[in-house]
Write a protein that binds this ligand. Structure first.
Ligand code: SF4
Length: 697
C-alpha cells in the first residue's frame, strides 16, 4: 500500500524533517517536511538523495560468526558468554562498547544502562568523542552542564553570525540556507568566517579571517580584552551571574595585539575590524564546529568563545549566544543518555556519589560504574595492549575514522573477541568481527534523535525489516538478558524512551538542565504520534521554544557561570621531517565513511575520488602537477591522493577529506596519518592538525 511517513534525515546535526513516500510499486521518494521546525521543508543534496541509498548492496542481513551465517540465538548466546567470561575472569573494565552518534537515543540508552548499571564499568564511549567532546567539556566547565543555550531561530534573528572552524555551507547545509535567506531579507546582517582555508562558506561571508591553525584562543582572548574596556561589556550580567572574570581577563590581557597578530597570522587591521564588529553588534551568534572541537586545545577554544558571550551578556537571548553545531544526527541524544565514558545518564555526573546512587536506584541495578571509563583513543589503546578482552562496536567504522587508524586496525584484529553491529557487512571494521550482528538502517528503524538545538524528533521506520536485521537496542537487550540481567524486557522503543524521560525527571526539581518528564510514561501510540519538541519539558509543562541563561540560572553549585582563564599557544606538530600542516574535513555530498552515501551515484558526481588540496605555489616547488598523484606521509602512515591545486589552500598546508575507505579507494584512509593526540580535558583527538611530508607519488 502506498504510504507517507514523517521521519528525520540520518546525517548531520541539523536534524531535518523528511517525508518519505513509498508508492504502489514500493519505490521510495523523499522530500523535506515543511512542518519540521529545523528545516521547514528544505533538504540538502545528501538528504534529497536518501532514497538512492536504500539498496541492499553489501547489507548485513543475517548474523555471522567468524564469517559464517549463524542463527540469532547462537550469535547472541556467544556474545553473552564471551562478555560474561571476560568480566568473571578479568573484571568489568576488561570489556568495552564503542558506539555512535548514528545510534538512536533508545539504542544509546540501552547500551549505556547495560554497561554502567549492570556490567559496572563506564567503558562505553562513542564516535561523538571525535566530534563533540570539547564542546561538552567547555559547556560543563562554564555552565556546570552540557547545555546549548540557543535555538536555530537565533541564527535568523542575529545581526552578526560568526562561523568558527565551520564550513557550514557543506557540513550543515540547511542551516546555511536558513542564514542566507535571512541575510537576503536583511542585507545588513553580517557573516564572518574564521577558518584556515577559504571554504565555500567563506565565499558567502562578509569577512573571512584566514586564521593560522589553532590560533582561536589567541583571537578570542584578544576579543575578551577588547570587550572588557568597551561599551559592550555587561557589568550587571557579569556581576550577578558569573565568577572568574578578573582571572580570565588578566590572562587575556597578557598578549598585545601584535602578539595576537603573530599567533593568529591575521593583520592588526583585520583583528581590529573583527573586534569592533563584535563590540558594536548587539545580536551576535558565534557558531563553532569541528575546527574548534577537533584540536588538542579544543576545550580551551570553546571556553575562549563562551567567555566573550558571558562578558557581554549575549547569551540565551533572541539572536544572541554561543552555538555548538553538532556533527552527527544524534550526538546530542547520546549525551542526554550519558553515552560518553565520563558522563552518567540524563546529564547526571558520574563523579557525584549522589548521582551514581540515584541512577542505580532508578534502574534497580546491581551495581553502578564508580569512575569514568576509557575515552575513545584510550579505549583503543587498551584494546591494543590487551586490557580489553571483549569489544562491541556499534554503527561506526573506527578502522577508518580513528586517528592512527592502522594501529587501531591491528588492535581490533588482535582483540580476543569483537562484536560488530552494523547495517553493512563489508566495512573495514566489520571485516574484523568475530560476531557480526545485522542492524536495521534508516527507513527501517524507529526511535528518536536530538539535533543541535535540543530538538527531539522521531525517526520512524517505513520499510519492512530486510532479512534477519534487528534494531541495535534489541541486540543489546537480548545480550543483557542472556547475561542474566533484569530490566531489559522492552517491547519497543516507546518503552525505552518513556523510561529515559522518567529518569530525566527523577529527583530533578530543577537541579538539572535535561528534564523531559512531561514525556515520561507515554504509551506507544503517543510515542508514534510525537511531534518534534525542544527540551527541557518538565512534567506538567507544554512544549515551547526555550533559551537558557538569559537571566543566569547556571547549573553550578552557586548557579553562576564560570569564566575560564585560557592561555593561548599553538600546538604545532609540523617540523623539518613533516613540514606541511594537514587539515581534514567533510565534503558536501558524502557522509562519514560513505557506507550510505557511497551508494548514491549522484552524490559521487560532485567529487568522485579522494583528493588533496594544495596551493599552486607549493605544488610548483614540489613538482606536483595538476591532477597528478601525491603521496602524504609521516611517522604514522602514508596515503596517495589526487592533487587539486587551489589558491583556497594557504601555503604550507594541505586539506584532505575524511570519507574514503579501502572499500572505495586504496591507500586513502586519512586516519592513517593522524596522531592519537587528544585534548587533555575532553579526550577529543586533534583530527584537524597533523604534520606531513608531501611529494609526487
Ligand atoms: Fe540531512 Fe543535514 Fe542535509 Fe538536513 S542539512 S538534509 S540533516 S544532511
Amino acid at each position: 500500500m502506498p504510504h507517507e511517513t514523517r521521519t528525520t534525515c540520518p546525517y548531520c546535526g541539523v536534524g531535518c524533517g523528511v517525508i518519505a513516500k513509498v508508492d504502489e510499486h514500493g519505490i521510495v521518494s523523499v522530500k523535506g517536511d515543511p512542518d519540521h521546525p529545523a528545516n521547514l521543508g528544505r533538504l540538502c543534496s545528501k538528504g534529497s538523495a536518501l532514497a538512492d541509498t536504500l539498496s541492499m548492496d553489501g547489507r548485513a542481513l543475517f548474523p555471522e560468526i567468524r564469517g559464517e551465517r549463524a542463527d540469532w540465538n547462537d550469535a547472541l548466546d556467544l556474545v553473552a558468554q564471551k562478555f560474561s567470561e571476560a568480566i568473571a575472569e578479568h573484571g568489568p573494565d576488561s570489556v568495552a562498547f564503542y558506539v555512535s552518534g548514528q545510534c538512536l537515543t533508545e539504542d544509546y540508552y540501552v547500551a549505556n544502562k547495560l554497561m554502567k548499571g549492570f556490567i559496572g564499568s563506564a567503558n562505553i564511549d562513542t564516535n561523538s568523542r571525535l566530534c563533540m567532546a570539547s564542546s561538552v567539556a567547555g559547556h560543563r566547565r562554564a555552565f556546570g552542564s552540557d547545555t546549548v543555550p540557543g535555538t536555530y531561530e537565533d541564527l535568523e534573528l542575529a545581526d552578526l553570525i560568526i562561523l568558527v572552524g565551520s564550513n557550514l555551507a557543506w557540513c550543515h547545509p540547511v542551516l546555511n540556507q536558513r542564514i542566507q535567506a535571512a541575510k537576503q531579507s536583511r542585507p545588513g546582517m553580517k557573516i564572518v568566517t574564521i577558518d584556515p582555508r577559504r571554504s565555500v562558506s567563506a565565499d558567502l561571508a562578509d569577512m573571512h579571517l584566514m586564521i593560522r591553525s589553532d590560533g582561536d584562543v589567541a583571537l578570542f582572548n584578544g576579543l575578551l580584552a577588547h570587550l572588557a574596556s568597551s561599551s559592550a561589556f555587561d557589568h550587571d550580567y557579569v556581576a550577578a551571574h558569573t565568577t572568574g572574570f578578573p582571572d580570565a581577563l588578566e590572562v587575556a590581557k597578557s598578549r598585545t595585539i601584535l602578539d595576537i597578530s603573530q599567533e593568529t597570522g591575521l593583520t592588526v587591521v583585520e583583528l581590529r575590524a573583527f573586534y569592533r564588529l563584535f563590540e558594536t553588534t548587539g545580536k551576535v551568534v558565534t557558531c563553532y564546529s569541528q575546527g574548534v572541537n577537533q584540536s588538542s586545545i579544543g576545550t580551551d577554544k570553546v571556553n575562549a568563545i563562551l567567555n566573550c558571550h558571558l562578558a557581554t551578556g549575549r547569551i540565551g537571548k533572541p539572536g544572541m549566544g554561543p552555538f555548538s553545531l553538532t556533527g552527527q544526527p544524534n550526538a546530542m541524544g547520546g549525551r542526554e543518555v550519558g553515552g560518553l565514558a565520563n558522563m552518567l545518564a540524563a546529564h547526571m555526573n558520574i563523579e557525584s556519589e549522589a548521582d551514581r546512587e540515584r541512577v542505580q536506584r532508578f534502574w534497580n541495578a546491581p551495581t553502578i560504574a564508580q569512575k569514568p571509563g576509557l575515552k575513545a583513543v584510550d579505549m583503543f589503546e587498551a584494546v591494543a595492549d590487551g586490557r580489553i578482552k571483549a569489544l562491541w562496536i556499534m554503527a561506526t567504522n573506527p578502522v577508518v575514522s580513528m586517528p592512527d587508524a592502522d594501529r587501531v586496525r591491528e588492535a581490533i584484529r588482535n582483540c580476543p573477541f569483537v562484536v560488530v553491529s552494523d547495517i553493512q557487512k563489508n566495512t573495514d571494521t566489520a571485516a574484523l568481527a568475530h560476531v557480526l550482528l545485522p542492524a536495521t538502517g534508516w527507513g527501517e528503524k524507529d526511535g528518536t534523535v536530538t539535533n543541535s538545538e535540543r530538538r527531539i524528533s522521531r525517526q520512524r521506520g517505513f520499510l519492512d525489516l530486510p532479512g534477519e536485521t534487528r534494531p541495535d537496542w534489541w541486540h543489546m537487550a537480548e545480550v543483557a538478558k542472556r547475561m542474566g540481567f533484569a530490566g531489559f524486557d522492552y517491547a519497543g522503543p516507546a518503552e525505552i524512551f518513556a523510561e529515559h524521560a522518567a529518569l530525566s525527571a527523577f529527583e530533578n526539581g530543577g537541579s538539572r538542565d535535561f528534564d523531559i518528564g512531561a514525556r515520561a510514561n507515554m504509551g506507544a501510540d503517543e510515542f508514534d504520534a510525537m511531534m518534534p519538541f525542544q527540551w527541557p519539558q518538565p512534567r506538567g509543562m507544554a512544549a515551547s521554544t526555550t533559551r537558557f541563561f538569559a537571566k543566569g540560572g547556571f547549573y553550578t553549585p552557586d548557579r553562576r557561570a564560570r569564566f575560564i582563564a585560557v592561555k593561548s599557544g599553538r600546538d604545532d606538530r609540523t617540523g623539518s621531517d613533516a613540514p606541511f600542516i594537514l587539515n581534514t574535513g567533510r565534503i558536501r555530498d558524502q557522509w562519514h565513511t560513505m557506507t550510505r552515501t557511497g551508494k548514491a551515484a549522484r552524490l559521487s558526481s560532485h567529487l568522485a575520488e579522494p583528493f588533496v588540496e594544495i596551493n599552486p605555489a607549493d605544488a610548483l616547488e614540489l613538482g606536483i602537477s595538476k591532477a597528478g598523484l601525491v603521496q602524504l606521509e609521516n611517522g604514522f602512515g602514508s596515503v596517495v591522493l589526487r592533487a587539486l591545486l587551489t589558491e583556497r589552500q594557504p601555503r604550507g598546508s594541505v586539506f584532505v577529506p575524511m570519507h574514503w575507505t579501502d572499500e572505495y579507494a586504496a591507500d586513502a584512509r586519512i586516519g592513517a596519518l593522524l596522531a592519537p593526540r587528544t585534548d587533555p580535558v575532553s579526550g577529543q583527538p586533534a583530527l584537524k592538525h597533523a604534520g606531513v611530508r608531501v611529494r609526487p607519488a
